[in-house]
Design a protein. Structure first.
Length: 402
């Protein structure tokens, strides 16, 4: 054995278990495993689970709040989110000073925090437009290599200010993909007309097909019940045969949809195998998470922002995200907590297209040893992990604290 975790409390399991890891894979799970191991970890009865995944993080923007006014923050958090577009336009000011030199250390700090808090996979968005150029992409691609084997970054080329509105953006997304970006981004609702929204989706999904990439789009992120870009995206997904390779972010207008339309939309999402990542803690409106779950749709949670124009807090801690959303979604029973835990682990992996993931024999060993012995206490305290195993190897957490 390369690694042996002893006395592990597993979710929904009585008594402790040992977990043997060899060649990066979970080899055996049993009440007691004998034998020699290169490294042995005593979990001491604490909870051991799959590691966490963050399906939505604007990594190029972390820690930029102090570099701008609070105008965007005020507009985005206005009660009905009627000024969401104005907020995005105000937040774009920071990109006039985008430079890989300061983006890189900011993003590195956030990724270190992610690892300390048990996250091994992040879908990381970097703006590409006439202001940001490719500065964020360059920084995040460097971090992707730097943290390889510790935190896997799925770098998203994200045309934050539109594609039709920003004619230069489509070419920059293409260039980012040629540089090695993993995911094609989009934000179609930011365009001015329905036709432009459709063009935005068409251009970006067509690029994804051309480059064989997955898709992440921020859809309907405002207090307007007339927004329908999630439906457009689902239909385009079906048209291109890209089922299971598209993730929708936010969809906040969904909370204003009438039930008949919502049910039609859910049917489309399930047919397209299109997941939704929701971040209720970063805005006053959010997708109908509990209704989506009740209908069997795929939903996960994301951090979204860390101290930027849209959200002043954030520690890149998915246990904290689940804790906050337990309140916001009123998911407080033991069964609800297990669902929330899935939404930051196994369901997030499905949404992000991370294969070979789970605490099962034969799966890749991406595991956390927590400081608590139950999901309830883990959410209550949302502390740093005791140990992190990424791709079968114990991560040196002390080195990340430097």
């Amino acid at each position: 054995m390369d690694l042996l975790i002893k006395n592990a409390q597993l979710r929904k399991t009585e008594g402790t278990r040992d977990i043997a890891i060899t060649g990066g894979k979970i080899e055996k799970i049993a009440e007691r495993i004998e034998g020699e191991a290169g490294t042995e970890i005593d979990a001491g009865g604490c909870l051991v689970t799959e590691s966490f995944l963050n399906a939505h993080l604007h990594l190029c923007k972390v820690y930029t709040l102090q570099m701008m006014s609070e105008d965007a923050l005020k507009d985005y958090h206005e009660g009905g989110m009627g000024k969401a577009m104005t907020a995005i336009e105000a937040a774009a000011k920071i990109k006039e000073n985008y430079d890989e030199k300061w983006i890189l250390p900011n993003a590195r700090k956030a990724v270190k925090l992610a690892a300390l808090n048990g996250t091994t996979h992040i879908r990381a968005l970097a703006d590409v437009d006439s202001k940001a150029k490719l500065e964020g992409i360059k920084a995040l691609l460097k971090l992707k290599e730097e943290f390889k084997g510790i935190v896997d970054l799925q770098v998203v080329a994200f045309p934050q200010d539109g594609v039709v509105r920003e004619p230069e953006a489509a070419g920059l997304v293409r260039e980012a993909l040629e540089m090695g970006a993993d995911v094609v981004g989009g934000i179609p609702w930011i365009e001015f007309t329905d036709a432009d929204e459709q063009s935005h989706i068409d251009q970006m999904v067509d690029l994804a097909v051309e480059f064989d990439r997955n898709v992440s789009m921020l859809v309907d992120d405002a207090g307007d019940p007339g927004l329908r870009t999630l439906e457009m995206l689902a239909l385009k997904t079906l048209e291109k045969g890209w089922e299971g390779r598209v993730l929708a972010h936010h969809a906040r207008a969904m909370c204003l949809y009438p039930d008949p339309y919502f049910m039609k939309l859910v049917a489309l999402l399930k047919r397209a195998r299109l997941g939704v990542v929701s971040d209720p803690h970063t805005g006053p409106l959010h997708a109908r998470v509990k209704d989506l779950l009740a209908e069997g749709a795929l939903v996960c949670l994301g951090q979204d922002d860390v101290s930027d124009a849209y959200y002043p807090y954030g520690r890149n801690n998915m246990l904290e995200v689940a804790f906050l959303n337990s309140h916001l979604l009123w998911m407080t029973t033991a069964a609800d907590m297990e669902i929330l835990y899935d939404m930051i682990s196994v369901d997030a992996a499905r949404a992000m297209g991370v294969e070979d993931f789970g605490l099962e024999v034969g799966k890749s060993a991406n595991l956390v040893v927590l400081q608590d012995d139950s999901v309830l206490e883990a959410f209550r305290n949302h502390r740093e992990v005791k140990y992190l195993v990424s791709h079968g190897n114990q991560v040196d957490l002390d080195a990340l604290r430097d």
